[in-house]
Write a protein that binds this ligand. Structure first.
Ligand code: CA
Length: 227
């Protein structure tokens, strides 16, 4: 879980970073609105802890910008301004929760856990292309309403392909997202081929419309019809 701490007071930022790292979070700190905005746009942030008074602007403007760009990353506002007006404004502009400084660290952890749980609930629970459906919670896969039995690894490969539906998924992407390895190897390439072949046998062979396509020299794509 990656936490972005947007805080210009060095002491506060250091204390948050140290405390959160002890709890197992990956923590990055940005001290200005501009740097924080750039970091948010890079993606891969699970939650933002946002100070409101930043040297180059108001944290609430960063919040509006994020929501305007369609980012739903949970934002917990940390404010020293304990006035009802600020709270209402923060929540109106897309904050998920707020804490008034100074706060107890345990309280912060509890609020963060609640927001991260809620964030997980917003993740997709189902993927589909054509008449192929995957339920990511029950792990049931069907094609044309018929159950398809997959091994956990086959399921992970198919989930990765469907997460990128219509886009070519490179072998390097499969290696990192499914096998969690940093580099390709001949052995891994062979293992990928075996899994793709098995998926084709189960998902495409019995049906007229093929969904898994090889893009030679690039990777694989799941879509209805020729890539
Ligand atoms: Ca500040």
């Amino acid at each position: 879980m990656r936490v972005l701490v947007v805080e210009d007071e060095q002491k506060v930022a250091d204390a948050l970073k140290e405390g959160l790292e002890t709890e197992g979070y990956d923590v990055e700190v940005r001290a200005t609105r501009r740097d924080a905005s750039a970091r948010v746009e890079e993606g891969d942030v699970d939650i933002v802890l946002l100070d409101l008074m930043l040297p180059d602007g108001d944290g609430l403007d960063l919040l509006s910008e994020m929501r305007g760009n369609g980012r739903r990353t949970p934002v917990l506002v940390l404010t020293a301004r304990d006035t009802l007006g600020d709270r209402v404004t923060g929540l109106d502009r897309g904050a998920d929760d707020y804490l008034v400084k100074p706060f107890a660290f345990d309280e912060l952890l509890a609020r963060m856990r609640a927001l991260l749980r809620r964030g997980r609930l917003l993740r997709p629970t189902r993927r589909a292309v054509s008449d192929l459906e995957m339920d990511l919670l029950t792990r049931v896969v069907t094609r044309a309403g018929q159950n398809v039995e997959l091994t956990p690894r086959e399921f992970a490969v198919l989930e990765c392909l469907l997460a990128h539906e219509g886009e070519v998924v490179s072998r390097a992407t499969l290696v990192s997202e499914v096998w969690k390895e940093s580099a390709r190897s001949i052995t891994l390439d062979n293992v990928i081929d075996v899994h793709i072949a098995r998926l084709r046998r189960k998902i495409d062979d019995p049906y007229a419309v093929k969904l898994i396509h090889t893009v030679r020299g690039v990777g694989f794509v799941v879509r209805e019809g020729v890539p």
